[in-house]
Design a protein around this ligand. Structure first.
Ligand code: SAM
Length: 353
């Protein structure tokens, strides 16, 4: 496809990756996302840089009528695939809370031009949906798992769910949804002591562990720089424990720097360091919120109302032209750490991780 019919931005990037949030609801209250538990309040008080407590949380769930329907999401992906989008990730909130999400996966799996269809989940409800998702055409799944210690898992997520998530990961592997990725957000004083144990777990089970820096995307705006364990620090610690070999990627747009274990095995480690080592220059992602707004960056302060275009009788060609205009204005980079940085008004759970 020539650039004339593609999603390109004014910085010369061609957009190929669309992340779709199918609900803003979540059954976990992760400390780095929706810190609504007492444990979260307690943790942040101990680390709070200023005198004040974390800001109060105020995020009513979206009314159902505001959510894009499966038909609307499918139409959007068809249009986007016609403009060069090749990868779609279904996310949330917790995507498995969206009723019959497997039907959406089946619709998306049939769209010509899509090469990759993945889902990100906390895993709690995965076992009841796994076979249906596989049958619907899901190719890959990423789980979030920030602790292997039941107590710490509960502190971080607000839920007693470690056993469920571990079982979900095993099942995904048994169903051949490989490679199974596991995302762990590493936060100083919370779970950084588990870094090596998580890496070991990944190695033992042939998983692709992705260690992610804590980003200022929590609804309480309690993020502070001293809580961030940088990718460099994580790598130093992992290299002190393991001989690692870099994995060369064929895609510059990949978010993770990756290593395999020199001692062998299918497991892999990846570091995602958007705070300390931004990779915006190669970012090829667009995001669609559950209420049908396009975000051109995780840290966008403006959103673009696709839903009204979809619901006002416009042709696919008109929606596509609008989308190309939105993509053109994608931000050059996020501004974390710069004096004029403004944290987005919506948390990761609303934006879609
Ligand atoms: N509920 C699903 C899950 O837990 O995987 C999908 C949505 S969740 C918002 C997607 C990813 O965003 C998770 O892997 C989570 O760890 C990550 N995430 C959420 N808030 C984050 C933050 N403040 N910094 C870094 N990663 C974050």
């Amino acid at each position: 496809m020539s650039d004339a019919g593609a999603l390109v931005d004014s910085h010369g990037r061609r957009l190929r990756d669309l992340r779709i949030s199918v609900t803003d609801r979540c059954n976990f209250r992760c400390l780095y996302c929706l810190p609504e538990t007492e444990a979260a309040q307690h943790f942040y008080r101990g680390h709070w840089a200023g005198a004040a407590d974390p800001a109060p949380i105020d995020h009513p769930w979206l009314p159902r009528a505001h959510l894009l329907t499966f038909e609307e999401i499918e139409r959007t992906v068809r249009i986007a695939a016609g403009l060069g989008i090749q990868k779609v990730r279904v996310t949330g909130g917790e995507p498995l809370l969206r009723r019959q999400v497997e039907q959406l996966v089946a619709r998306l799996a049939r769209i010509p031009g899509l090469e990759d269809l993945a889902l990100t989940t906390n895993g709690f409800l995965f076992r009841s949906k796994a076979q249906a998702l596989r049958d619907a055409g899901l190719k890959r799944v990423s789980f979030s798992l920030d602790s292997l210690d039941p107590e710490n898992f509960r502190k971080i997520t607000g839920r007693d769910g470690l056993a469920e998530v571990l079982a979900a990961i095993r099942l995904a592997q048994d169903l051949g949804l490989n490679p199974v990725k596991v995302n762990a957000v590493i936060i100083r004083g919370l779970n950084d002591h588990e870094l090596e144990a998580l890496a070991e777990f990944g190695h033992a089970h042939g998983l692709h562990l992705r260690f992610i820096e804590f980003m200022p995307l929590d609804s309480a705006r309690a993020w502070s720089r001293d809580l961030v364990v940088t990718g460099r620090e994580m790598l130093q610690r992992l290299e002190a424990r393991y001989a690692l070999q870099p994995v060369l990627s064929d895609s510059q747009a990949e978010t993770a720097r990756r290593w395999r274990f020199a001692r062998g095995g299918p497991g892999e480690i990846g570091l995602i360091a958007p705070v300390s080592e931004p990779f915006c220059g190669h970012c090829n992602r667009l995001r669609l919120t559950a209420d049908g707004h396009v975000r051109t960056c995780l840290f966008s302060v403006v959103e673009h109302d696709l839903r009204s275009h979809l619901r006002s009788g416009e042709t696919d060609a008109a929606v596509g032209a609008w989308l190309r205009g939105v993509a053109w204005n994608k931000e050059a980079r996020h501004r974390i750490g710069e004096p004029d940085f403004v944290a987005p008004s919506r948390s990761m759970s609303c934006i879609g991780g």
